[in-house]
Design a binder for this molecule. Structure first.
Ligand SMILES: Cc1cc2nc3c(=O)[nH]c(=O)nc-3n(C[C@H](O)[C@H](O)[C@H](O)COP(=O)(O)OP(=O)(O)OC[C@H]3O[C@@H](n4cnc5c(N)ncnc54)[C@H](O)[C@@H]3O)c2cc1C
Length: 388
């Protein structure tokens, strides 16, 4: 039984149309030049409601389900992973607010996030602490009617364009407090293009292998004041537990992005195998190529179904950290395999910038590194399996 309704298929069709018309024609050239996603594309996505898909209508969201969110992420990523990833930040901060924000915080921020008038960026990772969240050091010290933030963050994607940085900070200075000493703050800033538009935060973009449509920044917070009202849930030392509420949706969304990139690579390989002739016949006649196509298709479809299954669990209100983790880890391995094999089908041309398969290969590589590395996913999954 398919988990997709007719309405879901309509959503897929309409996002596919948007991607074909507005993303695919520009993605390869922008990636090659290292340029960011044009603001017009993001504005159009906002008009189409992509940033507020899973948020309730009372906060200007669209009130759709997680399968719809996955479909949108998948179809946009088929055009360009960066475009399929812009909404991940709104999913994270919006979910944090919905699950742990006060009513005042929800009313103040959620409608803007859902309409993408307020773009957010996640400042969790630090130079010395990535997977080890409990070790985070950026310090939030109480001062007057707020807090002062000092310390370093890294890999904060789209920090330049963001209006809000969602910052994980240490409110309990005792390092032994680990996860129990962290809190989450929303830091307001201006949206810029190249640098970080805030008097007390400086930042530098990190050169990367791919994912060029959004820049990731290392950030330095120097006496950055944040009002106490911007502490999520107005509760100190709950940050780690609040963050956990976002893991399921962010991992589902990330797995869906991998499916989109792999779909693009698979479609390109299928097409090319019929066009390219060697030894007087299309290369799709060769068994080695046919096996590649069928193996790519089977892994791709398996990952897609895992994503929809995790979404269905989430939509029916069931705990799905295990299923979201399985989808994420499988999709991360799948996209590396499929993009590699697509490049192989293209032969030497696959390694040139003439065709986008090289971009799919570079972009797909990042999925196993962020939103929880594959090694950490394995650990989380194993822990859940063993506790059952
Ligand atoms: C393109 C890109 C964009 C990103 N965007 C953001 C963003 O917007 N916001 C943000 O906060 N972060 C972001 N990140 C950071 C990302 O989430 C981290 O890189 C990730 O959490 C891993 O942390 P690390 O790089 O410090 O690696 P480390 O934690 O140092 O890990 C190094 C290696 O050791 C392994 N390892 C670590 N601990 C264990 C363990 N207990 N058991 C087994 N293996 C282990 C890891 O899996 C990895 O293979 C981004 C990263 C990239 C590459």
């Amino acid at each position: 039984m398919s988990l997709l309704t007719e309405e879901h298929e309509e959503i897929r069709k309409s996002v596919r149309k948007f991607t074909d018309a507005e993303v695919i024609p520009v993605a390869q050239e922008l990636d090659r030049k290292g340029e960011q996603i044009p603001r017009e594309i993001i504005e159009h996505m906002a008009e189409l409601g992509y940033f507020g898909l899973i948020f309730p209508e009372e906060y200007d969201g669209v009130g759709l389900d997680y399968i719809s969110m996955a479909l949108v992420a998948e179809e946009l990523s088929r055009g360009w992973l960066s475009v399929g990833s812009v909404m991940t930040r709104s999913v994270i901060t919006g979910t944090l607010l919905l699950t742990h924000g006060t009513e005042e915080q929800k009313n103040k921020y959620l409608p803007g996030i859902a309409r993408d008038e307020l773009m957010t960026a996640a400042a969790f990772t630090e130079p010395d602490h990535g997977s080890d969240t409990g070790g985070m050091q950026l310090r939030a010290t109480k001062k007057g009617d707020g807090y002062v933030l000092n310390g370093e963050k890294t890999w904060c994607t789209f920090a330049n364009r963001a209006h809000i940085l969602t910052v994980l900070a240490r409110t309990n200075p005792d390092p032994k407090s680990r996860h129990k000493g962290l809190s989450i703050f929303l830091v307001d800033k201006d949206s810029g293009d190249d640098g970080i538009d805030h008097p007390n935060i400086s930042g530098e973009p990190i050169p990367t292998v791919g994912y060029h449509g959004m820049r990731s920044f290392s950030l330095s917070f120097n006496d950055c004041f944040v009002p106490a009202d911007n502490l999520i849930g107005l509760e100190e030392n709950k940050g780690f537990y609040q963050l956990m509420a976002t893991y399921e949706s962010a991992r589902i969304q990330t797995a869906a992005r991998a499916v989109g990139v792999a779909q693009a690579a698979f479609e390109a390989a299928l097409r090319y195998s019929k066009e390219r002739t060697q030894f007087g016949q299309p290369i799709s006649n060769f068994q080695a190529i046919r096996m590649k196509l069928s193996e790519m298709a089977s892994r791709l479809e398996a990952a897609r179904q895992l994503v929809y299954y995790a979404c269905d669990m989430k939509d029916s209100g069931r705990r799905c950290d295990l299923e979201a983790g399985l989808a994420k880890i499988f999709a991360a391995e799948m996209v590396e395999y499929v993009t590699r094999e697509a490049m192989q089908v293209f032969g030497g041309y696959g390694y040139s910038k003439e065709y986008p398969v090289e971009r799919y290969w570079r972009d797909g590589r990042v999925i196993s590194l962020f939103e929880g590395t594959s090694e950490i996913q394995h650990e989380v999954i194993a822990r859940r399996l063993l506790e059952k």
